[in-house]
Design a protein. Structure first.
Length: 330
């Protein structure tokens, strides 16, 4: 029997109270008036600062008790992408809870509202229960605003924070500007935090556990090879490297892609100061990482983006008169 893996954090699950306890008979307390705050390992937080969210609560529910959403427009899912997500869930846990609504008088207890891909990947990962936001209201705006309010109140680890940003952007239709203004962070901070979700699961695990800081993680993102990221992350832990030391290692190309295999081919040429200055100016201009590479006969400019909304923002900044592509067209 496979062991049930619990995540190191819960993303949005850390921002929402668990279901309030049922009142004791004769107590005179109306249902739903308990504090409903998560405690101990269940909520992952002390719960002292979490603001109750009307019409929703957090719970871990059996996958077998959830029926599919009959209005799910998407029928085909990339199996390789599902396998990758399942692998990540097996290592880090599921940081983005699905969203369900309670059913009454049905064969199943819940109906899926958001998170079909996460649910399928959780099944592939062998989970029996899944973290979920149980909704009693259809008001997405109210739930989104309450979650952002709690995000402002709570201190999450960097990976939880990134997962919460991602889910608020994707599931609840928040924007980078809304997040930045509501939680008192800059838009570049949100973009850079979202990029932590691009790290390999093994590195994410160390970030979630607090072994690697957000500064370490952001430095690792400048490495293109996942194997190089994992190997340098291991060095950071073993040698107690500072963020500055990691940046120097990366800048001087002292990173191996594998623990035993020697590096092949020529080392990349150092970036000319003028090109690096141009890249830095473009990065500041578009609030994202920009790389400028110059080859023997031609060059290229690489502009990174975190989400489709972030791509939309960058395109509008580059060409205000152009209509950016829709996510469904890509």
């Amino acid at each position: 029997m496979s062991q049930q893996r619990r995540g190191l954090g819960k993303g949005l699950g850390a921002l929402i109270p668990t279901a309030p306890p049922a009142p004791a008979p004769g107590s005179g307390e109306a249902p739903g008036t308990g504090n409903g705050m998560p405690g101990g390992s269940e909520g992952g937080r002390s719960g002292n600062d979490i603001k109750p969210v009307a019409g929703a609560h957090f719970a871990e529910i059996p996958l077998s008790s959830i029926r599919a959403n009959p209005w799910q427009p998407r029928e085909n899912f990339d199996e390789s992408a599902l396998d990758e997500l399942a692998e990540s869930i097996g290592i880090v846990g599921l940081l983005q809870p699905i969203v369900v609504r309670r059913l009454h008088g049905e064969d199943h207890d819940y109906e899926l509202v958001m998170g079909e891909r996460r649910k399928r990947a959780a099944e592939k990962a062998g989970l029996n229960v899944i973290p979920a936001i149980v909704r009693d209201t259809s008001d997405n705006d109210m739930l989104r605003d309450a979650l952002m309010e709690n995000l402002h109140r709570e201190q999450l680890n960097p990976l939880e924070e990134a997962a919460a940003y991602q889910q608020l952007l994707e599931d609840f239709g928040a924007t980078h500007e809304q997040l930045a203004s509501r939680i008192g962070r800059s838009r570049p901070h949100i973009t850079n935090t979202l990029r932590l979700l691009n790290l390999p699961p093994a590195v994410q695990l160390r970030v979630a556990a607090g072994v690697l800081s957000a500064g370490h993680a952001r430095a690792l993102l400048s490495l293109e090879s996942e194997e190089a990221q994992e190997n340098l992350a291991l060095r950071i832990v073993q040698e107690g490297l500072s963020v500055r030391a990691v940046e120097e290692i990366i800048a001087t190309r002292q990173v191996e892609d594998g623990p035993t295999t020697p590096r092949q081919g020529r080392r990349k040429k150092p970036v000319a100061p003028a090109l690096q200055e141009l890249a830095d100016r473009l990065s500041d201009r578009y609030d994202t990482k920009v790389r400028v590479d110059l080859g023997r006969n031609k060059g290229k400019i690489v502009v990174e983006f975190a989400t489709m909304e972030d791509l939309d923002r960058i395109i509008k900044a580059m060409a205000p008169d152009e209509t950016p592509p829709r996510a469904t067209d890509l």
